[in-house]
Design a protein around this ligand. Sequence first.
Ligand code: DOR
Ligand code: ZN
Length: 347
Amino acid sequence: MANKITITQPDDWHLHVRTGNILKAVLPHTARQFARAIIMPNLTPPVSTVDRALRYRAEIIQAIPENTPFTPLMTLYLTDATSREEIEKAAQSEHLYACKLYPAGATTNSDAGVSHVSRIYPVLEAMQQHDLPLLVHGEATDSEYDIFDREKIFIEQTLDAIVKRFPALRIVVEHVTTQEAVQFVQTADANIAATITPQHLLFNRNALLAGGIRPHHYCLPILKREKHRQALVDAAVSGSSKFFLGTDSAPHLQQRKESACGCAGCYSAHAALELYCEVFDRADAMDRLEGFASFHGADFYRLPRNRSTITLVKNTWKVPSDYPVDADKLIPLKAGETLAWRILEQW
Ligand code: DOR
Ligand code: ZN
């Protein structure tokens, strides 16, 4: 396998950048490698109107380093109160690309999410009509459900019903973590796709719990058993256009992660593409990286593929132990560890 690879510049189809000082700290990491990113709307208060999304977009644009071409693709946070009119407004905006369904209580800042999917049927109808994609955090929220089963239960109880009721709606099942989710997407029609994160490709649940609790590996959906990780790797390297790159890079300050009740989220933007390289290289599938990272997502969103390129070389480097944010820190995925691939040049 070659030690150098040049691919079309990739995009990140699932990204959290927050606001303020965290935004300023993390955005350069993403803009260094990705041309575009789908920006998650789970701020407090949530980005649940087009006006708010446009204001958030303006803040993100301010944080892009000079001479770095990067385009944020904005999304709308669905609530029980989202109106059809707001969907129409979103569909007409050149800056909104999708709407995100967080089941209420499923994850970080999801309290304002949807209490029951039937509440938003008129909204999903409007999205289908306007061909606005639905991005789904696919986990059932009832507290009696085992946390390792929540994705599977959501698919059976909710996602299947959405797909049957709105057969033309384009849906991205975000950050899939199980064999069942992979199979659901594989066997569904072409309008159903999925993103896969680096942490779910690299780690199984031992990385969270064996030898001590590792809060920086805690994310939602939670890491699963090895057989599920293997199913995700197989899907990512399969060449299927239904699977594409979405880091779910989710920065939380060190203190909020290393706590008696730590926040969910892995920070991966510092080395996103390099982390995916580890996975594809180990699977002897570097020739499939470009499709996964640079083509499948753009095609699904019906956006032009990027024209610029990025070159990676097999040349080890050590991930910093942390990245400062004012007096606090972000602890990145693989902090202090060595990665095999590094970005050489871009554009
Ligand atoms: O681990 C996660 N972190 N999963 C999510 O769904 C949200 C994200 C965040 O915003 O921190
Ligand atoms: Zn996310």
